[in-house]
Design a protein around this ligand. Structure first.
Ligand code: NOJ
Length: 563
């Protein structure tokens, strides 16, 4: 297994709108990021993935881009961006930009041209079809609700938008589109960035003919998954991008890929033949989805640890010595990890540390989402007026207004799963608006900011923040944390997730209690312990304790070196 800097890295995701407002207009920006770089340096992360900062009308908070080569006015200017990059590099922090090329904004000049006439030179940059029997070309549902097709009166045709109608899908079958994307990608790389997170990248090749999706619900539109994800030309397109651009730079690439199997994982990240370094897969984000409910995206069932172990172990083992894993429990599209997989009340600190141990001790590159390092939680605003996310607002309209579902029930789903849980402003201190802005924040701050904030975390040596620092140091100082192979212990234990990491003679044992209970952990006899050293734990531990039979405390986490 080759040594690579991107395997050894710890990535911190910044969602710029909510991170820090440097100019007092209520919106996070690049100046704000520059102000907080010393904080990131103190944490110890060495890569930042920056969610989109390009020009955008913000239908989907920057994931709808109208100019790839300029900065959104609310966030700053290209000159400030250059300064930010230089300040990052000065501190040994590398920068991944977000590459959003499955779609553009409908306000991008290409689309503005494309919709003018059927013979416009840009028409074929997008996916247009005539209607069928007086309705949409097929029955595909948009991921944000409603049809995936939008009728355009000027030319009497529909265009495809997998996400919102202001995010028309690019037509990657058109070689001109690909060349434009590669030129733009190169333009950013030439500015000295260190890589890309590739947004929704396994959607870029659609199945020819765009057939109707199978009808699996009584709804008007159906999920088109099999016809849009991992399409027939995906690997070809990505390998072309690798050959023409990516391979020419020493960079870090991570593809956002829903609905992938570990076979896709190997194909896309293979050390020699794959186009990308690593993926964000989503299988573990689905283990708590209630498939039997009317809305699995929105309705959770309690975590079944056996299922989580199954998913994680499959990814860990199937990619071993072939591709490379990455691991996250939170990002800007997911609820807060501690609220979802831990306990955001009595055991908030313990469970946040336990989950952090899980993320950082698996085999793969770990990702920290802003605020995760201080244990920020989900938010429960009473009124839909306080929510901002297009997916959440569309869902509310469809469920509460069109279907007439009980509003309390709909709000409960939003409290649990809305993407806005991750997008409340970063909590810096106990001052008004959590120190995020001197103005009026674009989205309300989580009311718990007086107890949960960076200032408080930095003042408490036992805080979640300092625990993250220890995990990050552990990774930097011990090659086994980066390169050691993973083996699950106790497949069937319902409360404890334990595994080993082994690199030649070096072996770590990780024991994690995922519950509020006090389960017994008995080390299986095939794991030999002649001597042991406690490297890290989230609760005080008696070093003389015999680890062959332990009663774990709620959300306890321990990492041992075994000899
Ligand atoms: C995935 C991004 O993470 C999400 O925030 C966005 O809405 C969609 N892709 C569309 O770009």
């Amino acid at each position: 297994m080759k040594q690579k800097w991107w395997k050894e890295s710890i990535v911190y995701q910044i969602y710029p709108r909510s991170f820090c407002d440097g100019n007092g207009d209520g919106v996070g920006d690049l100046l704000g990021i520059i102000q907080k770089l010393d904080y990131l340096k103190e944490l110890g992360v060495n890569v930042v993935w920056l969610s989109p900062v390009y020009k955008s009308p913000n239908d989907d908070n920057g994931y709808d881009i109208s100019d790839y080569c300029d900065i959104m006015e609310e966030f700053g200017t290209l000159a400030i961006w250059e300064e930010m990059l230089a300040e990052m590099h000065k501190r040994g922090i590398k920068l991944l930009m977000d590459l959003v090329v499955n779609h553009t904004s409908d306000e991008h000049p290409w689309f503005v041209e494309a919709r003018k006439s059927k013979d416009n030179p840009y028409r074929d940059y997008y996916i247009w079809r005539p209607g069928k029997d007086g309705r949409e070309p097929n029955n595909w549902e948009s991921f944000f609700g409603g049809s995936a097709w939008q009728y355009d009166t000027t030319t009497d045709e529909y265009y495809l938008h997998i996400f919102s109608k202001k995010q028309p899908d690019l037509n990657w079958e058109n070689p001109k589109v690909r060349e434009e994307v590669y030129a733009m990608t190169k333009w950013w790389l030439e500015k000295g960035i260190d890589g890309f997170r590739l947004d929704a990248i396994n959607l870029i090749s659609k199945v020819p003919g765009l057939p109707d999706a199978p009808v699996t619900t009584g709804e008007k539109y159906q999920f088109p998954g099999q016809y849009v994800f991992n399409g027939p030309r995906l690997l070809e397109f990505l390998l072309e991008m690798k050959k023409k651009v990516l391979s020419k730079y020493d960079i870090f690439t991570v593809g956002e890929t829903s609905l992938v199997t570990t076979e896709h994982g190997v194909d896309y990240t293979h050390e020699e033949t794959g186009p990308l370094n690593m993926l964000f897969q989503f299988e573990h984000m689905d283990v708590d989805a209630d498939r039997s409910s009317m809305a699995p995206r929105w309705i959770r069932k309690p975590l079944n640890l056996h299922d989580l172990k199954g998913v994680m172990t499959r990814w860990q083992k199937d990619l071993e010595n072939k591709g490379w894993n990455s691991f996250y429990l939170a990002n800007h599209d997911q609820p807060r990890a501690v609220s979802r997989f831990g306990d955001d009340k009595e055991y908030r600190v313990e469970s946040a540390k336990m989950l952090a141990t899980f993320v950082h001790l698996l085999h793969g590159t770990p990702y920290v989402y802003q605020g995760e390092e201080i244990g920020m939680t989900n938010v429960r605003f009473d009124s839909i007026e306080d929510y901002r996310d297009i997916e959440t607002l569309n869902m509310y309209r469809a469920f509460a207004e069109e279907k007439g579902l009980d509003r309390k029930f709909v709000m409960a789903m939003i409290h649990d799963k809305s993407r806005d849980n991750a997008r409340t402003p970063m909590q810096w201190d106990e001052s008004e608006n959590a120190g995020f802005t001197a103005g009026t924040p674009w989205m309300r701050v989580n009311p718990n900011y007086k107890e949960i904030n960076v200032k408080q975390a930095l003042a408490d040596p036992d805080s979640i923040f300092y625990y993250y620092k220890k995990l990050i140091s552990l990774r930097k100082e011990n090659p086994v944390v980066v390169y050691g192979s993973y083996d699950l212990i106790f497949d069937s234990h319902e409360e404890v997730y334990a595994f080993t990491r082994t690199l030649q003679k070096d072996r770590l044992l990780v024991i994690l209690n995922f519950t509020k209970n006090t389960p017994v952990f008995a080390l299986p006899s095939h794991i030999r312990v002649t001597d042991k050293e406690l490297l890290l734990s989230n609760l005080a531990v008696d070093h003389a304790e015999d680890i062959r039979l332990l009663t774990l405390r709620p959300f306890e986490a321990r990492v041992y070196r075994l000899r």
